[in-house]
Design a protein around this ligand. Sequence first.
Ligand SMILES: [Zn+2]
Length: 171
Amino acid sequence: MEALQEHTIPFTGLKDGEHVFDFDLGQAFFQAAHEEEFEGGEVKATVRMDKSATMLVVNMHLEGFVTVRCDHCNAPMEQRIKGDQRQIFQMHGDGSADDDELVTLDERAHSINLTHYFFECLRLSLPARHVHPEGGCDPEVDAALGRLANEHEPVPDPRWDVLQQLKTKRP
Ligand SMILES: [Zn+2]
């Protein structure tokens, strides 16, 4: 996804210790994501960055809602979302070592950008199944799905009929 300029934190001028940043993730963020999964949303991101001589420990807390498609009726729905993620940036590296939580920054780096990490955090906190609350689904789709379910009512297993006949034949 595109890195948004507003999520860039220049760290070279910052003192060692904790720094707090707040971000509002809105339409610009969800457009930059280019992901069909999220159609929009409003999320507040609080970033606590602990800076030391060798690393930046970034704790992100995201809270708000995202617009996603309902798994049941496929209409848009607002899913409340809340997530925490920690990312460690090691300074003075060669920029090569990357694992899930630890990123090595090139020694010339003077800022970090968090757009990608915000997105990752949201994706990880989205429940695997998201549906409208009871009665909130698109009524037309709901009715159509109901009809479909009835048409596919399981046919009774013919073996049961045979058993039933055997039983009734017995004196
Ligand atoms: Zn629905």
